[in-house]
Design a protein around this ligand. Structure first.
Ligand code: B12
Length: 459
């Protein structure tokens, strides 16, 4: 490589079968890789391999594309697979330079200190991307802010930073896009309108990843991003779309200005829904179909523990407001490790009153990079290095009131009860179409089977 165009292969790892995830029925575009593609495509030859869709192995792809460097994105559950892929790349061609980025590289880069991982992008911004890849193309490896390189013992330059929202080039995943979905909506795109979250809930990693300050993404960038989306549905990945009046109004103005006619799905906090309720109807009129709302629990002392800033009765008010404005609720709840059979029963009747269209119940997961980790360290069922277990689907804290087997059984029973008996499935078929409902049922059964096995084993 002498300042020539480099051949860069960007890879999303395949589904991790051992992990309990939603990915059997829902996964979206690899937004981070589309951003890297967008930033590098003018100067280099770049391609994305989405292994969640393509059946081919990395070696086969290396054989046909002949990359100089392979860059892989990662979540915590992917660590072992990512290292396997780096091994495979080096085996195919020892000269290939391996690079790892993504959520896990940001939160816990040490997980990738391995002889076949050459560089780790702890944080990614347009400047460090350019310096790094231009440097590689002239064969010179230097220390770059945000990049930990094996040659330098993975030492940092000391610079700190967050990942930057760059314009994703969605044409890079053109051949995969039909497969990308968000729950019942397929095909669907994902994008972000504003980064960060000032709520800093105790159980949530998102403020750790994006920072505790809310910032709107540059308007011109957002415009470009919105106009590049061909799919009829957009899921906004913002932590809380109801974070401020400024944000909601900026969105409404932009949708009107661009005359967009799409379905929108957003995350909305109960606190924000109550504070900015006057916008709900207008948003519904503009295409807001569903809000993902973290109701979390029926128990106010747990709400305080989680630093939620809302109460179980606020949840009820939000549910009423959303019902009145015709916006569906995809609710999430967190099962506390100290729950008894009675508490699960309380949750079921609480959900019955809230009546969200969809409910997901995850066991409380004290992620290693959160302050909560220290509180539950002694009760953990798995180690921090059992990467595949940290999916937010697996019970990680030893239950104190009932056996682990009973706990899994209660989780399964509650999920089935609230999603099958409370909800109106005919309505779901009307909104999403039979094919999508079938896809969801098939995927959910696969996840339910994993829970059955865990409940049966009781370990
Ligand atoms: C949207 C989203 C989803 C969507 C869509 C994800 C998808 N693309 O399919 C859905 C709902 C499907 C989903 C599913 C899951 N998710 Co999710 N998700 C998110 C969310 C909200 C945003 C992710 C995102 O797109 N960010 C924007 C992109 C641009 O950021 P990025 O990928 O980090 O990329 C940047 C850099 O890292 C860099 N980069 C990325 N890759 C690479 C590679 C190279 C080579 C380089 C140089 C740079 C680089 O480029 C970008 C520049 O800014 C995050 C929370 C958050 N705020 O991050 C959770 C989050 C990532 N998800 C999480 C989890 C646990 C899951 C699931 C396991 C949940 C489950 N049990 O099913 C599954 C796993 C899916 C899978 N891969 O199998 C956790 C991850 C925890 C962890 N430490 O790993 C998070 C942090 C949320 C949480 N619970 O705290 N998720």
């Amino acid at each position: 490589m002498n300042g020539e165009k480099m051949r860069i292969l960007l890879v999303r790892p395949p589904r991790i079968e051992q992990a309990i995830t939603l990915s059997d029925f829902m996964f979206s575009e690899p937004l981070g890789l589309e951003m890297i593609y967008g930033a590098l495509k003018e100067e280099h030859e770049v391609e994305i391999l989405d292994m969640m869709i393509e059946g081919i192995s990395l070696s086969e792809k290396i054989e046909s594309f002949k990359p100089d460097t392979v860059g892989i994105t990662s979540l915590c559950i992917d660590v072992i697979k990512v290292i396997e892929l780096c091994n495979e790349a080096k085996k195919a061609n020892r000269e290939i330079i391996t690079v790892v980025g993504g959520t896990q590289a940001y939160l816990n880069p040490e997980a990738f200190y391995h002889e076949t991982v050459d560089h780790i992008f702890q944080f990614t911004r347009s400047e460090n991307l350019k310096i790094f890849y231009d440097g590689l193309s002239i064969g010179g490896i230097q220390k770059v802010d945000g990049v930990l390189s094996r040659t330098f013992g993975y030492e940092t330059t000391g610079a700190k930073g967050h990942n930057q929202y760059l314009v994703p080039d969605r044409s890079s995943t053109a051949k995969y896009r039909e497969e990308y979905s968000y729950f019942g909506y397929r095909s669907a795109a994902i994008m972000e309108f504003g980064t960060g979250c000032k709520k800093c809930c105790d159980f949530c990693l998102r403020w750790r990843i994006e920072g505790a300050k809310e910032k709107l993404i540059d308007r011109e960038l957002t415009k470009k991003d919105l106009l590049s989306i061909k799919e009829p549905t957009i899921m906004f990945i913002d932590n809380d779309f109801f974070a401020s009046r400024e944000k909601i109004e900026a969105f409404i103005l932009l949708v009107k200005e661009l005359r967009l006619k799409k379905n929108y799905i957003m995350y909305g906090s109960v606190e924000g829904i109550l504070k900015y309720k006057e916008y709900l109807e207008e948003l519904a009129g503009l295409g807001l179909k569903a809000l993902l709302v973290g109701y979390e629990t029926f128990n106010d002392s747990e709400m305080i523990q989680y630093q939620k800033n809302s109460t179980a009765s606020d949840n009820m008010t939000a549910a009423r407001l959303l019902k009145d404005s015709g916006v569906d609720v995809w609710a999430s709840f967190m099962a506390h490790p100290d729950w008894s059979k009675k508490d699960f029963k309380k949750l079921r009747s609480y959900i019955k009153t809230l009546k969200p269209q969809i409910s997901s119940i995850s066991p409380l997961t004290p992620f290693p990079s959160l302050p909560m980790y220290a509180c539950y360290k002694d009760r953990l069922l798995y180690k921090a290095e059992d990467y595949e277990k940290w999916s937010f689907g697996q019970v990680m804290i030893k239950p104190s009131q009932i056996s682990l087997r009973r706990y899994y059984y209660e989780l399964l029973k509650t999920s089935l009860y609230v999603n099958i008996s409370i909800n109106n499935n005919t309505e779901m078929i009307k909104s999403f179409g039979g094919k999508n409902v079938f896809r969801i049922i098939k995927g959910s059964l696969k996840t339910a089977k994993k829970y059955f096995v865990l409940a049966y084993r009781g370990n």
